[in-house]
Design a protein around this ligand. Structure first.
Ligand SMILES: Cc1ncc(COP(=O)(O)O)c(C=O)c1O
Length: 374
């Protein structure tokens, strides 16, 4: 039995005939850039997310950059983001000449909280980038209230949580990525909604921001060869859009199957004191982009080694806080330290979770982990 961290090949085989015919149809039309499938995907995703505008682009990192370009942030402006996230979130902030202000995350949800954000706000703060890490929404209502109080923009980094639903205190539901001023996402192949190369998108309910982001992603042009602002070349390929149109139909089904696997893991680990399973927030669904547990008593690395001997893949997302990375030292003092982030980097381990996993895989992984702790 071969266990994969993510099994894109089996997933493809299950939808092969639909994908193949969509790709062949793109090849035959040869409309490789901005073909009709891109518009179709834009409209399908708008409908799925219940958002006014979706602007497809080349990848998730570009989507964050285009969002920040559209907000007219100036050199030296501060942007608050978590220190426990994928590099792209903070990388783009630094690359734009802005200052990433990294704050700690909640130890049980792995997400930014309004109280930690508020402590980091200064007169230079212009924006907040909450990341819905591993597939569960940050508590967005207090974050949006804070943003209103201090007049800040909110860009949701929704690369890991597409399809997750947040519930406001009045019962209103919203998909992640549609709550802030701008949402950004990635269609990297291993994402819950992944294409077969690079892809990304922005979302917003603001008409003006939508026009601006569309223009920035297309060389700053409103009309062909008339460039209003400096932009970039960031388009979603037609072939990728055609693939995403098909995969979007399966997204809810995929997210349900990830939840069933997470439930199985939760149950299996309930008797192991050294493992803390991921907390489910009362006001967000979880789409389990990753199933990430915390391993106590300093045994995380030993467990990973044991799993690898049993040919069970696992990943550490993320092994080093961003502020300790060489590239980010310029933004922090030498003694800068965030306790929860440091602890999480030592304790977290993500286990295989994908749409083609079966009960035999789960049983083998869980029994192996149980026998490690006995
Ligand atoms: C939280 C987060 N933000 C941004 C990105 C960047 O997306 P991409 O790889 O499509 O540029 C990723 C992708 O891994 C991510 O996980």
């Amino acid at each position: 039995m071969k266990i994969e961290m993510v099994d894109l090949k089996s997933q493809y085989n299950n939808i092969k005939s639909e994908i193949d015919s969509a790709v062949v149809s793109c090849l035959e039309s040869s409309s490789f850039i901005n073909g009709p499938e891109v518009k179709e995907f834009q409209s399908n995703l708008q409908q799925y997310l219940n958002v006014k505008h979706v602007i497809p682009c080349a990848n998730g990192t570009d989507s964050l950059q285009i969002a920040m370009m559209a907000l007219d942030l100036k050199k030296g402006d501060e942007v608050i983001c978590p220190s426990f996230t994928y590099v792209a979130t903070a990388e783009v902030i630094g690359l734009m000449g802005l200052t990433p202000v990294m704050v700690d995350v909640d130890p049980s949800t792995f997400n930014l909280t309004a109280s930690d954000i508020e402590r980091a706000i200064t007169s230079k703060t212009k924006a907040i980038v909450p990341v819905h890490l591993y597939g569960q929404s940050c508590d967005m209502e207090p974050i949006m209230k804070l943003a209103e109080k201090y007049d800040l923009f909110v860009i949701e980094d929704n690369a890991q949580a597409i399809g997750a639903v947040y519930t406001f205190s009045d019962g209103r539901l919203a998909k992640t990525g549609t709550i802030g001023h701008i949402g950004s996402t990635s269609f990297f192949p291993s994402k819950n909604l992944g294409c077969y190369g690079d892809g990304g998108a922005l979302m917003t309910n603001d008409d003006e921001l939508a026009d601006k982001m569309r223009m920035i992603g297309n060389h700053g042009q409103e009309k062909k060869y008339y460039h209003k602002v400096l932009g970039c070349n960031s388009r979603l390929d037609t072939i990728q859009a055609a693939i995403l149109n098909i995969k979007l139909r399966y997204l809810d089904e995929y997210n349900i199957s990830r939840n069933l696997m997470a439930n199985y893991y939760d149950e299996a680990f309930s008797t192991i004191n050294e493992i803390e399973v991921p907390k489910r927030q009362y006001n967000s669904t979880h789409v389990f982009h990753q199933y990430t547990v915390k391993v106590k008593n300093g045994r995380r690395n030993e467990l990973q080694q044991y799993l690898s001997e049993k040919k069970i893949p696992s990943m550490i997302y993320y092994p080093l806080p961003l502020y300790k990375q060489e590239a980010f030292k310029q933004f922090v003092s030498t003694d800068f330290k965030l306790d929860t982030t440091e602890k999480l980097c030592d304790e977290v381990i993500s286990l295989p979770i994908h749409t083609e996993m079966n009960i035999d895989h789960l049983e083998f992984i869980c029994n192996s982990i149980k026998s490690f702790f006995i």
